[in-house]
Design a protein around this ligand. Sequence first.
Ligand SMILES: CC(C)(COP(=O)(O)OP(=O)(O)OC[C@H]1O[C@@H](n2cnc3c(N)ncnc32)[C@H](O)[C@@H]1OP(=O)(O)O)[C@@H](O)C(=O)NCCC(=O)NCCS
Length: 154
Amino acid sequence: MSAVADPGTPRLRPMREYDLPRIMAIERGAYGFPWSEGIFRDCLRVGYCCWVVIDARCIQGYGIMQVASAEAHVLNLCIDREAQGRGLGRALLRGMLEVARDHCAHNAYLEVRPSNEVAMGLYRSENFRTVGTRRGYYPSSPGREDAFILSREL
Ligand SMILES: CC(C)(COP(=O)(O)OP(=O)(O)OC[C@H]1O[C@@H](n2cnc3c(N)ncnc32)[C@H](O)[C@@H]1OP(=O)(O)O)[C@@H](O)C(=O)NCCC(=O)NCCS
């Protein structure tokens, strides 16, 4: 039996500042309205839970989460366009929720565009339920788009 981890098995590790060039490439490729590098730097600086998912020795995605007062708020969850649809988003989400439990969170929240069917499918299948709407929360090409607020117990 080999002592070396299978390089094809996805694993999570904390995000580091030196990951930011790769993170920004994924972010810009995945979103029409990407976060700036400054937002990621701020998330690292203030101590949010910032994790990357690595597959085939390469960062393929990342999650950003704030945990406070027993509530986890998933702020970003993203997989490289080229690596989507292979189960990495689900593995990353489950990993982030484990981190939230480790921080003694009892509930998880997130916002999602109602038009984002892939993300909605993932979150619903992971037992998130819609608990509210934020009007005009997201920028979009005609103007603004609402966000659904989703939540689940941990
Ligand atoms: C949303 C996202 C994180 C999902 O990650 P992923 O690795 O592509 O998804 P997975 O392969 O883990 O699939 C998880 C579920 O998502 C849904 N899904 C995935 N690909 C899909 C597709 N092409 N069409 C419809 N639903 C799809 C399914 O419900 C799937 O579950 P199943 O495989 O049991 O059917 C990823 O697509 C992404 O980064 N998108 C761009 C950024 C984004 O929108 N982030 C979410 C912001 S709230």
